[in-house]
Design a protein around this ligand. Sequence first.
Ligand code: AMP
Ligand code: MG
Length: 518
Amino acid sequence: MKLNIKDKFNKELPADPVLENSRRQVSEACFSYVTPKQTASPRLLHASPEMLENLGLLKGDAHSQDFLNVFTGNQVLPDTKPYAMCYGGHQFGNWAGQLGDGRAINLCEVEHQNKNWALQLKGAGETPYSRNADGLAVLRSSIREYLCSEAMFHLGVPTTRALSLALSGDQVLRDVMYDGNSAYEKGAIVCRTAESFLRFGNYQIFAARHDDKNLKVLVDYTIKHHFSHLGTPSKDTYIAFFKEVSNRTLNMIIHWQRVGFVHGVMNTDNMSILGLTIDYGPYGWLEGFDFGWTPNTTDRQHKRYRYGNQPNIGLWNLLQLANAIYPLIEEAEPLEAILNQYKTDFERKSFEMMKAKLGLCQDVDNDKYLIKDLEENLQLVETDMTIFFRKLSDFKDEETSFQVLKDAFYDFENMPNDVKEKWKMWFLQYEVRLQHESEVHVERKKKMNYVNPKYVLRNYMAQLAIDDADKGNYELIDELFQMLKKPYDEQPEYEKWFAKRPEWARHKVGCSMLSCSS
Ligand code: AMP
Ligand code: MG
């Protein structure tokens, strides 16, 4: 196994001088050195062929003992010094102080084909940032992260990636619903990858500690390695940097809205500075279209991170980042202008995204109302988001509309008459509106199918793979992995996965309800 290791983060940024792996506050440092934990009997369950290639590895490398040992933390690569990053964050709207990589350990950075890849193990043991937890991860959450991050990549959503999924062989104690029912689960380790794992919280922690010196060091480092096109650091560069982070964050969230992804825990420590979807925890996919839905039971009361609120939370989080880097700029006005621009851009981009989902290219008055009415209708009775938009590409006219779309409704037979009337009106509006389009139907269908996926990782699908894996059967992980590589293709062999959530999954833990326990 040959990796082109080019460490930067732990070579150029200030390290915690304390080498002892004890839980503590770490100041004036970006990271602490740690060694991953030895595991009882590691076993590789899956490796991503695309990620192997991205790293310059061969398919066969994944079967080597070195690969298994390195990506489960049992062997440290020569000339590398693994570390955990120090960051803080706002959790559910409140400043939480130091958080940090409590169960993530960065192994190294690899350069291949002009790309930088940080390699990080999730669940490889305690770090100085583990607070009151064990630094480990269980199989169910690891399967969810592994499958979803690769699925998101293939959907065209900016995201961290995953290289491998392995069992540690250790048992991990978890109280899944935080109700006093703890049980042992299989421990697992995912090796995840990204250009960088820097989060808003990495900057916030220095700002909170009034450590402007290290704040500048970290921002300058970020610009040098990840935003180098912005030029040498200066006040103007910092503003341009914030502008780009804002744009990237918005772009990512618009994609989430497009595919019906709900992150679940948009705390500022879970916001990537590169605008990547990061930290797959109690995330979920919309089944019924519902702006008020969140999968995260920890957020059940206020639903702060509900589907329809994700764009607002993106803005709120950017405001926290603006506050954090303010000491380097000392002018509020340009930062405020960028935040205001986010709002305008959101309106425009969200409108364009919805138009694309409807297959509308031309500019026509009243499209705003067409979209607003649609979003209202979609929430009248339970309507599957993925099936609705996918099948909409077969829409011809109002008369045949229900034939084409009835599968999207959970209880079409019992749809109340007033709801049916509202849908008929909308279908008629849509039929009339399509007459303004110059494209023929086949062309429109092709374009629509490229923004409306046929296959997403529905919550119950991941749960089925998890239930099987708990019993020692890992085949479904691979089946879903293969299918999710081509989410926009018809793939008739996987047709059974193009279906509404089965009723047994409606209230099942892990399907519609997830906690942060992982
Ligand atoms: P999350 O909500 O998963 O982003 O986690 C918030 C913070 O808790 C992060 O600093 C994590 O590193 C930490 N954390 C979560 N689970 C564990 C665990 N099992 N052991 C140690 N730290 C954890
Ligand atoms: Mg996190």
